[in-house]
Design a binder for this molecule. Sequence first.
Ligand SMILES: Nc1nc2c(ncn2[C@@H]2O[C@H](COP(=O)(O)O)[C@@H](O)[C@H]2O)c(=O)[nH]1
Ligand SMILES: [Mn+2]
Length: 305
Amino acid sequence: MTYLEGAKDRYAKALVDHTRFGMREVHASPNDHGVFESDAFRSIPLLRKLHGKAIKQFGTSGGGNHFVEFGEVTLTAPHPELDLKPGSYVGLLSHSGSRGIGASIAQYYTKAAMAQCPLPKEAQQLAWLDLDTHLGMEYWIAMQLAGEYAAACHSDIHRRLIRAVGGRIMARVEHHHNFAWKEIHEGREIVVHRKGATPAGNGVVGYIPGSMVDKGYLVVGRGHAESLHSASHGAGRMHPRNAARRMWSPSEMKKVLTQHRVTLIGGSLEEAPMAYKRIAEVMAAQKELVDIIGTFQPRIVRMDG
Ligand SMILES: Nc1nc2c(ncn2[C@@H]2O[C@H](COP(=O)(O)O)[C@@H](O)[C@H]2O)c(=O)[nH]1
Ligand SMILES: [Mn+2]
């Protein structure tokens, strides 16, 4: 039995008491954070309206595939950014985004782009904003703020849980996906939108999750030019949500969780681990993009529901 399995009740209680999931749940007293002082919240009218909502939802996770979980980290190779010796550690992994404010920003500027792009109806979702226009610049700033807000939410989630279970943070790894970056490739500045992908520039430390039962991988990017310094952001789904609901029963899902010694709090059949691709195959397919320096095996997983 591992340390986390022995201390399961305490860690599970911390997840129940100190995380909030779904559309409505919020913390009784949201913490403050520097991100709320950002100029963008004052200077962009849409963000001014979203400031209160951002504070209210701070440190919460959404529904669907958002999760917060404790697991076992095995570091196999040292890395200067991590300042950790190879060995075993307790890990805390969270997956969520910029909550309601990100969705409102995307909706608002997509509508604005559609209004000014003369595209046929079936292609309207491809409407764009020129980044050299006022609206385009505004969107870029708002999207960056949404990214900073999401990162701040993760640190709040981690801060609350570390306070609840004790201990200290020895190393932290951030992994962004479904976001856009301005980068130089082949001497040209371009916008790289990594949808279902994550940065994997040379020496960049990242994390690629598997599922709630499969281990994920701590990786270092190899800066592969043809992938625009990117790698897969996770195993990814093999079956869509509605198919997953039909394919398995709750008792089949429970059996898989028990086999892998994983405790799930909340969750649904839509997020059954069997609905995801096998991460080992995904990692084998992207050997040229990243080197593996460790793993994270989920043990206690909290989701909405
Ligand atoms: N450690 C866990 N990983 C999970 C879980 N559910 C899904 N996943 C993996 O994360 C990515 C998230 O990507 P997204 O595109 O759905 O945002 C997904 O591809 C899976 O590989 C989980 O409960 N725990
Ligand atoms: Mn995601």
